[in-house]
Structure formats: C-alpha cells, structure tokens
Write a protein of this length. Structure first.
Length: 123
C-alpha cells in the first residue's frame, strides 16, 4: 500500500533580498496523504516551509510565480517535507488498518438499553 501526496498552497511570506523584491521566504501549505487502495483513508497536515536565499540568476518575480511552480519548490525541500510525509503515511496506514476492523461490544459488558420511544400524541 502506498500513500499518494498532494500539496495545497495556503499562503506565503516574502522579503527583499538585495536588488530582488518580494522573494518568497515562507510558504504555508497543507500536505495531504491518501491511501491508494479502496479505503481512500486520508490525513492532512498544515506546515510552514522556509527557503534560504534566492539565486539572482534563476529568480522568478513574484507576479510570475505559478501555483505549480510554488508546489514544486515546496516539494523540493525534502529535508522539511520527508519527515512530514513519513508522519502522514504513518497516520494513513493506521487508518487503513482500522478500516478493515469491526468493533464489537465486549461479551461481558451489560447490553445497551434500547433508546426510549418518542411519545405519541393523543387527541
């Protein structure tokens, strides 16, 4: 069983760096893991990813950044993303294991009393 991950960008924070303006320094995003089997168990975790100094040679002006590009930047930060994905995978796999189990009342526990019937109106 594998977990499939998606990244949703929620917001970002920028700063100026030398002659560069609006350099992305922090991205708040949500990583969601979904099991690839019929159970479709999911778990989402919001995180903040930080970036080091921008490379002036490959700098993209803020107005030109696409969502797909920002997602790629986030996912490339494996030192920050890999532990998060490992945690998400752990939770998803626990949910998958629970999805195939059926809870039963304990045999020695007293039976649950039936719910009281709703009163009927009399005329």
């Amino acid at each position: 069983m594998a977990t499939i991950y998606t990244t949703a960008i929620n917001s970002c924070r920028v700063t100026n760096q030398g002659d560069l303006t609006d350099v992305v320094k922090e991205v708040n995003c949500t990583i969601t893991g979904t099991d690839d089997v019929a159970t479709s168990c999911t778990f989402s975790l919001p995180i903040m990813v930080t970036f080091g100094p921008a490379d002036p040679a490959s700098f993209t002006p803020f107005a030109d950044i696409t969502e797909a590009e920002m997602v790629a930047w986030v996912e490339a930060q494996t030192d920050q993303i890999s532990p998060v994905q490992a945690h998400i995978d752990f939770v998803v796999q626990k949910e998958v294991a629970l999805a195939v189990l059926t809870p039963l009342p304990l045999p020695w526990a007293p039976p649950t009393p039936p719910a009281p019937e709703a009163p009927t109106a009399t005329a």
